[in-house]
Design a protein around this ligand. Structure first.
Ligand code: IMP
Ligand code: MG
Length: 186
């Protein structure tokens, strides 16, 4: 491993180079599928902001952007199953081709809630692109048209993903050392 490790990271799960390769591959598929259509990327804040910025710059099509902010975790590492909308879309999506950009799918509760919520607003199409998903953890069946990496069901940080709002700026995703959780109050 050539990249410098943050002192709280036990190991790198997926490197910066691997992430960029995957981002380019996903962008290529998206480009093919949406050529000639007006595409709106909807990023799910905060986690997806890093991925969305890289993905969007790899998609050589005219794009529009919007964001939603949701909260499903608080600062703990287990999903509460409750999705709160902290920020809604700025614009109407009826008649638009919408691609939801998500960092990671764990239980799938967040994204399936958002799908139902957005579907009701009449988009021309609605698909999901998620850079990571945790194998075998989905509580609900989900069709992810643009999936990135399947990862083991462990808590990861970096590349937009946080633990208690920290580590989002690490360029890779990694697993925290147990000592980094020491201050967690469940
Ligand atoms: P879900 O509703 O269980 O699918 O959880 C999805 C959301 O939880 C993601 O958008 C992330 O913000 C957060 N999340 C899930 N797994 C992780 C993780 O391993 N690290 C950091 N955040 C995570
Ligand atoms: Mg989060």
């Amino acid at each position: 491993m050539t990249e410098p490790l943050h002192e709280d990271i036990e190991k790198v799960l997926i490197s910066e180079a691997e992430i960029h390769e995957m981002t380019a591959r996903l962008a290529e598929q998206i480009e093919e599928d949406y050529r000639g259509k007006d595409l709106l990327l909807v990023g799910i804040l905060k986690g997806a902001f890093v991925f969305m910025a890289d993905l969007a710059r790899d998609i050589r099509l005219p794009l529009e952007f919007d964001f939603m902010a949701v909260s499903s975790y608080g600062s703990a590492t287990k999903s509460s199953g409750v999705v709160r909308i902290l920020k809604d879309l700025d614009y109407e999506i009826s008649g638009k081709h919408v691609l939801l950009v998500e960092d990671i799918i764990d239980s799938g509760l967040t994204i399936s809630y958002l799908l139902r919520y957005l579907e009701a607003r009449g988009p021309a199409s609605l698909e999901i692109c998620s850079l990571f998903w945790k194998k075998g953890e989905q509580a609900v069946p989900l069709e992810v048209k643009y999936p990135g990496f399947e990862i083991p069901p462990v808590f990861v940080v970096g590349y937009g993903l946080d633990y208690a709002e920290h580590y989002r700026n690490l360029p890779y995703i990694g697993v925290l050392k147990p000592s980094a959780y020491a201050s967690e109050t469940p």
